[in-house]
Design a protein around this ligand. Structure first.
Ligand SMILES: [Zn+2]
Length: 269
């Protein structure tokens, strides 16, 4: 199975493969299944307007709404139409416009069907295996990063990715830009317009932001490679280092300005 273009949150598939070899991972990715099937752990279609306490998984719809409401208002200001990207939550495996995907891929965006796929077990992996502190805003960062790929897709940027490996590859530049776009949403998260007039997220604490930055660092290529192979090999980078991911997330978050997220002409370091 190929990793969908536009990519996930980090080189997590490698980590999961190695954990499988070590026999310490008992999660999804069951290759004995004859065909991928949709196994949404909770019905998130009923989340709209519901209390989060009723179904904790509804928080992902909550993040999605905040993120999409922001971009739906921001892009027209820049003369660009926003089209929605449905959020699909799955466990084990799922069929997508990019082919069947297993839990090993983690969260990802699929450009052909313009959907964001969230594998919920990943958030546990983020904490237990990648050493992130976790928390709600760590999750929101991951969702916002995937929607960043959707924004790139709307601008035709994903079509221009030619080199997929290496510290200066198009892939790394694209991933760092998605981090920057997640930062842009973070900057505006408490002022995102909604029909009710009240923002979905009313307050972001420093702890929230620190958890987002910590999650970004945890999925840096160098961190993941160090954990999985015991060494860092920049020639196989696909998402950027922890330092770069923090830098670009902060660039978006501090400026709130889309124009600052040009990782293509800028030196990504
Ligand atoms: Zn990505």
């Amino acid at each position: 199975m190929g990793i969908p273009v536009g990519g996930g949150i980090g080189g997590v598939i490698l980590l999961v493969v190695i954990l499988l070899l070590n026999g310490t991972f008992s999660g999804g990715g069951d290759s004995d299944e004859p065909a991928a099937r949709n196994t949404a752990p909770g019905n998130l279609s009923s989340c709209e307007g519901k209390d989060l306490a009723a179904n904790k998984d509804c928080r992902f719809v909550f993040y999605q709404n905040s993120i999409e409401n922001f971009w739906a208002a921001e892009l027209p200001r820049r003369g660009k139409k926003y089209t929605k990207a449905p959020l699909r939550v799955f466990s084990n495996s799922v069929n997508t416009g990019c082919g069947p995907a297993t839990a090993a891929v983690g969260p990802f965006y699929c450009p052909p069907d313009k959907r964001v796929y969230l594998e919920l077990g990943f958030f546990q992996t983020l904490e237990t295996d990648l050493g992130a502190k976790g928390g709600d805003f760590a999750e929101a960062y991951v969702v916002a990063h995937e929607y960043g790929h959707h924004i790139q897709n709307l601008y035709g940027i994903l079509d221009q990715i030619k080199t997929r490996e290496g510290a200066n590859s198009d892939s790394v530049r694209s991933e760092l830009q998605a981090d920057c776009l997640a930062g842009i949403w973070t900057n505006h998260a408490t002022t995102v317009p909604t029909k009710s007039g009240k923002p979905l997220i009313t307050e972001l604490s420093q702890d929230d932001i620190d958890r987002g930055l910590d999650a970004a660092a945890s999925v840096g290529d160098d961190r993941i490679q160090q954990k999985t192979q015991g060494q860092v090999t920049p020639e196989s980078f696909s998402h950027g280092t922890a330092e770069q991911r923090i830098k670009w997330f902060k660039t978006g978050m501090d400026s709130g300005d889309l124009a600052r997220c040009d990782t293509w002409s800028a030196n990504p370091l």
